[in-house]
Ligand binder design. Structure first.
Ligand code: AHR
Length: 661
């Protein structure tokens, strides 16, 4: 293998390796967003989703009439709990997201809005307990769980008032639940019931789950794409993602059914809603925290094409009122979608004196988020997409000429519609075209040369969603096997070799809860307490932390092509550290000695560092029990001349960092 150190190519984009985040598989609520109470404001379609009355509670009723004086006009439903007679079990339970994960000695803030009604209710008992330890309770039986923490709230009044107490569990539990019971008989109104860990990323009050953020940050991601994925589109336009609904006061953010709340998938999750506690402000903040460029993807005026043919009319017959633009149930024309995009850019970058910039400032971020990329449409295709994309992109460019627009070419990389869309997008001088591919591992190995013949000028490529599928796309039996991961590593040598054309790439999906997933494979799996990176995670991480700064051409001897004899390679220079970084994939079952000739190298150090990700077993997987079964190992090697000898392990992905330039 010859690395032409003396012929450096284009710079590697800082955005080259990034993250695709979608609220699928409980990635947000129940995952990254650590609120433990499900349906805290009783605003989901099934008002009592996640809640169960305990025997002894005489009556439960949910009111949604404004004349009943809810806590605010934007949070209209609350729960009225009535007990005819005093009973220790007069109350209800919240089940959390497949239980609540709590840690011994950690602090959890319980908060709630309460209003006392008729009767003699003197307080609310708050108990965190682990069900089943002291006998098996059925859903409606009295509780028999082990108490993990307990407190009571008193000082109730006839007016809505927010109460806050701290719970400190005496033991760790992965599937705890929250019990609220009345003290005395009578009526009590409850709303915005929250149990939130104090231990969050940066200890923020509405912060993210720290172990999951850490895994992301460790990858040194160049960008964070959000909020999806199909949830951008929704199954219908009424169910589309509307970013304006996800900012501002938490209690006012109305939940929306998640597009992955569906029977179509293996693990049916009928209880899947988006609370939007993790909303656009938090996504921007998260991007900043992990050093990633924010890449919001907006609806282009089309529902998910796999589900419905719902399209927003292109020519507006009327301008939307502000109320319509905010409503879930409106019938929006394309103008509404375009306006949403323009307002988003103002929200992210505008000054405090601009209407949307002022909202960002009010939420606590006076400095702009410095948004540079905006995606128009997720995985959309065909003439209906282009018809909407063109005026959309034009309007964004007219107002914000420096904004980089990410456009979609659709899900079928080799189809006719895909080719036509890509061609038209290139004619329109689209900055970045988003390509998606979910395919068998062999497809990834066979397509490492996919971008070799793409034009170096004009539109750049965003490999926006990809993952090797061990069985088939949509199969619940897909595994995060080493075979899939090493095949992705092989494919990515092709991305790196074409880093003058491909400027962004992200594996998808990112997260999955072990008890509530709809899609496999996924990069990071977690339960309510722990998380682990898959072999695919480590492949992505090794590319991210070894991104380098400049492309270096790589050739094989005997005119062999990249991937011939199961050997894949790419190289970059890291100008910041003065190293040559070579990535090598040995897909064969035998150890493989290679010589890397550093052509034209002027300065060489003596010791190189190798990071090796390998397993002799292509079916090997990581798990909560064995999170490091396939994980990178570091070693050093001697560099004695410009011909560096190294032996690649069987079935391995190796990154060599050689001091030299
Ligand atoms: O990553 C899962 C889904 O795959 C995304 O939501 C969608 O864009 C694609 O079809």
């Amino acid at each position: 293998i010859t690395v032409q150190v003396n012929k450096p190519g284009a710079p590697i984009a800082k955005t080259m390796y990034g993250l695709f985040f979608e609220d699928i598989n409980f990635a947000a609520d129940g995952g990254l967003y650590p609120e433990l109470v499900k349906n805290k404001s009783f605003e989901t379609d099934d008002r009592l989703l996640g809640w169960k009355a305990i025997r002894g509670a005489a009556a439960l009723a949910v009111y949604n009439v404004i004349s009943q004086q809810p806590i605010s006009a934007t949070n209209r439903n609350f729960l009225r709990l009535t007990a005819a007679t005093a009973s220790p079990d007069a109350g209800l339970i919240n089940e959390g997201f497949r239980g609540m994960g709590v840690k011994q000695g950690a602090e959890y803030t319980f908060s709630v809005y309460l209003r006392r009604g008729p009767g003699s209710v003197s307080g609310l008992n708050v108990t965190l307990e682990e069900p089943g330890r002291a006998g098996g309770p059925g859903p409606e039986t009295p509780l028999s769980g082990a108490v993990l923490a307990q407190t009571r709230i008193e000082g109730l009044t006839g007016e809505w008032k927010k109460y806050s107490v701290v719970l400190k569990p005496t033991a760790t539990a992965a599937k705890a639940r929250l019990k609220l019971t009345l003290e005395g008989a009578g009526t009590l109104d409850l709303d915005v019931v929250s149990l939130f860990p104090k231990d969050t990323w940066k200890n923020r009050e509405n912060g993210m789950r720290p172990d999951l953020v850490q895994l992301l940050k460790d990858m040194q991601p160049g960008f964070l794409r959000f909020p999806g994925g199909c949830i951008v589109e929704g199954r219908t336009l009424a169910e589309r993602y509307q970013w304006k609904e996800t900012i501002g006061e938490l209690a006012s953010r109305q939940p929306l059914i998640n597009r992955w709340n569906t029977e179509f998938v293996h693990k049916f999750t009928p209880d899947y809603y988006q609370s939007f506690g993790l909303g656009f402000y938090e996504y921007f903040q998260l991007s900043e925290d992990i050093g990633a460029e924010p890449v919001p993807i907006l609806n282009v005026g089309m529902a998910c094409q796999f589900n419905s043919a719902e399209l927003a009319p292109v020519s507006a017959t009327r301008g939307p009122s502000a109320a319509e633009a905010h409503s879930h149930a409106d019938d929006p024309s394309l103008d509404v979608f375009i306006q949403d995009a323009l307002d988003l850019i103002e929200f992210a970058n505008g000054p405090a004196t601009s209407p949307w910039g002022a909202k960002r400032v009010a939420m606590g971020h006076p400095a702009p988020f410095n948004l540079k990329y905006i995606g128009i449409g997720n995985e959309q295709w065909g003439p209906q997409y282009l018809e909407r994309y063109e005026p959309f992109a034009k309007a964004v460019k007219a107002r914000y000429p420096a904004m980089n627009i990410v456009s979609s070419a659709g899900p079928a990389p080799d189809g006719e519609l895909f080719e036509k869309a890509s061609q038209r997008l290139r004619e329109l001088k689209a900055e970045v075209i988003d390509e998606h591919y979910y395919a068998k591992p062999e497809w990834f190995r066979q397509n490492a040369g996919r971008y070799d013949n793409y034009p170096t000028t004009g539109s750049k490529i965003f490999a926006g969603e990809y993952a090797a599928q061990s069985v088939a796309i949509g199969s619940p039996d897909n595994k995060n096997s080493w075979d899939c991961a090493i095949s992705e590593a092989a494919f990515m040598t092709g991305l790196e070799r074409n880093a003058d054309k491909v400027i962004m790439a992200s594996y998808a999906p990112l997260f999955a809860h072990v008890d509530a997933w709809q899609w496999t494979p996924d990069m990071i799996w977690f339960d309510n307490l722990k998380a682990y990176g898959t072999p695919n995670y480590y492949v992505q991480k090794l590319y991210g932390v070894n991104r380098g700064t400049t492309m270096l051409p790589v050739q094989r001897g005997n005119n062999a092509k990249n991937g011939d004899d199961n050997l894949f390679s790419s190289a970059v220079a890291d100008d910041a550290t003065g190293e040559i970084v070579v990535k090598l994939v040995n897909y064969s079952a035998e150890a493989r000695p290679v010589t890397i000739s550093l052509a034209g190298v002027k300065k060489l150090g003596k010791t190189g560092k190798a990071t090796v990700l390998a397993s002799p077993d292509l079916n090997a997987e990581n798990s909560l029990k064995e999170p490091q079964k396939v994980a990178p190992k570091d070693e050093t090697f001697k560099v004695s001349s410009s011909n560096v000898a190294y032996t690649l392990a069987p079935h391995s992905f190796t990154v060599l960092r050689i001091p030299g330039k």
